[in-house]
Design a binder for this molecule. Structure first.
Ligand SMILES: [Zn+2]
Length: 247
């Protein structure tokens, strides 16, 4: 029987810091973060979070010591991602979201241009895709706290929201799930664009509860753990790298 993926015990900050560095390198390998895009990890006491550095940093070389620790009320400072506040306000409004990914990925961005964004999930692993995808309609980056609060409210309980002309955010109860969901969100967007352009009827996954049940059967702890270990093995740092990365 499928089980939800949550930590049995709250992990310590250094474990989460190492995990976030691996997560950043995995997302970089999939071209989901680079010059743009970021991932955060809410710390156990719900008032602080971890996030990797902003635009100028090499995400494919991210180490634990590169990761910033930020309080929800902290103001942006040099070195942090410009759109920091989307993480602050999503984690504040929805602390069950332990990890948030923001991407400027091409397929998700292209999908955001549709006047009505498709709510179809086309593969089992995208069973978290919302039946109704929230779309943020501001023609600007999420550069202040007010805009971030609007985005957090728009996301609500959904796992994905699109930002028109811009990209997407992906929410999850763990860093590992956030990474895997981000990979499959971009995959689902790419498949939607491809199948819709064929102009032929499609048979997507069912919607609502049936879709969630399918996803729970697929996205088990065991599945996510093996997926994570595989992806992490592809982004191991060279031994001479200063920081070690733990599992
Ligand atoms: Zn952005």
């Amino acid at each position: 029987m499928a089980t939800s993926t949550t930590f049995q015990q709250a992990p310590d900050t250094e474990t989460l810091r190492a995990e976030l560095a691996v997560a950043t390198r995995i997302l970089a390998r999939h071209n989901l973060v680079g010059m743009f895009g970021h991932i955060s990890s809410l710390l156990p006491e719900d008032r602080r979070f971890l996030i990797h550095p902003g635009a100028g940093s090499r995400k494919d070389r991210c180490t634990p010591s590169d990761v910033f620790e930020v309080a929800l009320d902290d103001e942006w400072r040099l070195g942090l991602p410009l759109e920091l506040y989307m993480h602050s306000e999503v984690h504040r409004l929805s602390p069950q979201v332990r990890s948030l990914v923001h991407v400027h990925a091409p397929a998700l961005t292209q999908l955001s241009l549709f006047s009505e964004v498709p709510g179809e999930a086309l593969v089992f692993n995208a069973g978290f895709w919302p039946d109704v995808v929230p779309v943020y309609n501001e023609a600007d980056l999420v550069r202040d706290r007010s805009a971030a609060k609007d985005l957090a409210r728009l996301l609500g309980d959904a796992s994905v929201a699109l930002l028109r002309w811009h990209g997407a955010i992906i929410a999850a109860p763990t860093v590992r799930q956030a990474v895997v969901r981000a990979i499959h969100a971009e995959e689902n967007a790419r498949l939607l664009l491809g199948t819709l352009s064929c102009g032929r009827p499609i048979i997507p996954l069912p919607r609502e509860n049936a879709r969630r049940e399918i996803y729970e059967r697929i996205a088990t702890d065991r599945h996510l753990s093996s997926y994570w270990l595989y992806e992490a093995s592809l982004v191991e740092l060279r031994p001479e790298t200063k920081d070690t990365v733990s599992e």
